[in-house]
Design a protein around this ligand. Structure first.
Ligand SMILES: [Zn+2]
Length: 230
């Protein structure tokens, strides 16, 4: 559960960590503060007011620990907490539909378009990984199967539900076997991914991650991690 140390918003104390917490939560609820930077400017206050307007007749733009707006925002005001148990276990074994649901909506839409296009080109594309937990990421890291402890696959909402910013797509007949290259599957994946504006791991010179596509460039990893509440 998120913690608020002091007030945030209009005439609030606005400690950087508190402001970041509030911005992340507002964003996760669809009230975009135009960035999670720890600075309480007019966009953040506007987002607080819009959020308050959904349950207060006189929004004041201020959030205080223990008060109504904070309890609503932090999800302790009676709102059900998400059931995270459905997202546990080995996400590589989930059905395709669940893997797609574990993705950021923009990524999901684009990956669906890529799958469709690849099918049209005679391939049998399948999502191997959409989201995976940080715990699974650490296992892959220590096994040497991943070079990072946090990846775009691990992105989540601050409440812990999946919000993957990356997906691994393979042809179900080949996986990572040489046929994937010989049949032109990797090349086709790269082409279709880029048509959708996705970043393709096959373009990375130091480590070609053929199956991997992601929503935003690597330089945005720190932001995505922060917005995940991690
Ligand atoms: Zn990947």
């Amino acid at each position: 559960m998120s913690v608020l140390q002091s007030s945030v918003g209009e005439k609030g104390k606005n400690l950087k960590s508190d402001v970041e917490t509030v911005q992340s939560l507002l964003k996760s609820k669809g009230f975009d503060p135009k960035g999670v930077d720890g600075v309480c400017g007019k966009d953040t206050i506007a987002a607080i007011r819009k959020f308050q307007a959904t349950f207060l007749s006189n929004p004041d733009g201020l959030i205080e620990p223990g008060r109504k707006t904070w309890l609503k925002l932090a999800g302790t005001g009676g709102a059900a907490r998400p059931d995270l148990s459905q997202w546990s276990g080995d996400s590589a074994r989930w059905p395709q539909e669940k893997k797609l649901r574990s993705m950021h909506p923009d990524l999901r839409r684009k990956v669906e378009a890529v799958l469709q296009a690849l099918k049209g080109r005679g391939f049998q594309p399948t999502v191997f990984y959409g989201w995976r937990s940080v715990a699974v990421q650490m296992q892959l890291y220590f096994k040497g199967n991943s070079k990072v402890k946090f990846s775009f696959h691990n992105a989540q909402h601050p409440d812990g539900t999946p919000n993957a910013h990356a997906a691994d797509v393979v042809d179900s007949r080949f996986g990572w076997a040489p046929e994937a290259e010989q049949t032109g599957f990797w090349k086709a994946l790269g082409e279709e991914a880029k048509k959708q504006g996705l970043v393709w791991g096959g373009d990375w010179v130091t480590f070609r991650d053929w199956a991997h596509v992601q929503l935003v460039p690597n330089g945005e990893l720190a932001r995505v991690k922060r917005e995940s509440g991690l």
